[in-house]
Design a protein around this ligand. Structure first.
Ligand SMILES: Cc1cc2nc3c(=O)[nH]c(=O)nc-3n(C[C@H](O)[C@H](O)[C@H](O)COP(=O)(O)OP(=O)(O)OC[C@H]3O[C@@H](n4cnc5c(N)ncnc54)[C@H](O)[C@@H]3O)c2cc1C
Length: 289
């Protein structure tokens, strides 16, 4: 094991100062479900840990002026338990239930899930569908709002500075959207996604709005913006979905790894996508009933 220093700041201000002071080797420690395995495997050596897990400024789920905000240290279990999210953002609620097992969910935070920037991150896909914005702060750059669609740069890399702390995540309450979320893994519990797909659609005579996000199918979680543009304004019929699935596959670039081959992921994505449409069309969906 390497040499580590550990600080437990009393408030956000102290955490920001420590993050700035040790910016060349700081690691913000939230639930540590990603950090501890990296320490044990020797991937992390000589780091300064700043424990932010108990900071009150980073906790809580709130509804205010048509938006919902989550503190970055909100745990996945708290998302599962939230009646507000179940009602207003069911796709996020569903994704939380599909995340690991109760033991991991009790520790893992939504901020840590985004900052770790795994292509297979479960929170990212649902938050991308919700048009979420990441709120962050550092002593160098002050407070910033980064659209989640611009947050991920590469596997494990985000647009955050090392000294920048995610304060929380915010999204407008989605009106009249019907949702679908699916995570394909080797088994339900504890499986990292082979592919994940989130959809949010407003459907009338034509498709009025379409939001599609994908995980584990490219170097970062992403929104399928070409497919979304193609679908908007089109009638919700089988031929349109079939045609749009070809566009969707052109927007992803899956790898072959121990969980599945590239070819399998492409096939599976198309199947999930078509299943998503039929579920969305047969569901009553969102809050417009
Ligand atoms: C057994 C197991 C199963 C798992 N299953 C899943 C799964 O099903 N789906 C899934 O998506 N993930 C899964 N994970 C991965 C992990 O649990 C999540 O990524 C988790 O949400 C990370 O949150 P954390 O609070 O534990 O982060 P930590 O481990 O504390 O930190 C992770 C990274 O984020 C940074 N960070 C943390 N908080 C902040 C902040 N507020 N601002 C800036 N940077 C910050 C840290 O410095 C570190 O680099 C699993 C992990 C394990 C061990």
């Amino acid at each position: 094991m390497g040499n580590f220093e550990f600080f437990k700041p009393k408030n956000l201000e102290e955490a920001l100062k420590l993050a700035s002071q040790f910016s060349d080797r700081v690691r913000l420690a939230a639930g540590c479900t990603n950090l501890l395995p990296d320490v044990h495997s020797g991937k992390l050596q000589d780091f300064v840990f700043v424990d932010i897990y108990d900071l009150q400024e980073l906790k809580g789920i709130k509804k205010e002026n048509g938006t919902i905000s989550l503190g970055s240290c909100t745990t996945i279990s708290e998302i599962c338990e939230s009646d507000l999210l179940k009602k207003e953002a069911p796709i996020l609620h569903e994704a939380a239930f599909r995340f690991a097992d109760p033991v991991v969910r009790n520790r893992a935070t939504v901020g840590g899930n985004l900052a770790f920037a795994s292509p297979a991150s479960d929170m990212s896909v649902s938050l991308l569908v919700l048009d979420a914005v990441v709120l962050s702060r550092s002593l160098d750059r002050g407070t910033r709002e980064i659209p989640l669609s611009q947050f991920f740069l590469a596997p494990g890399k985000t647009s955050l500075l090392p000294s920048e702390i995610i304060l929380g995540i915010r999204f407008p309450i989605p009106a009249s959207l019907r949702f679908f979320y699916s995570k394909l893994g080797k088994r339900n519990a504890m499986a990292i996604s082979i592919a994940s797909l989130g959809m949010g659609f407003k459907v009338g005579e034509v498709i009025e709005e379409s939001r599609i996000a994908l995980g584990a199918l490219a170097p970062t979680p992403l929104r399928a913006s070409k497919t979304e543009r193609f679908l908007t304004g089109k009638p919700p019929v089988a031929e349109v979905f079939e045609e749009s699935s070809e566009i969707l596959l052109s927007e992803i670039n899956p790898i072959s790894d121990i969980r599945g081959s590239r070819e399998y992921r492409l096939e599976a994505t198309k199947a999930l996508f078509l299943r998503g449409f039929s579920q969305i069309l047969s569901s009553k969906g969102g809050k417009d009933e």
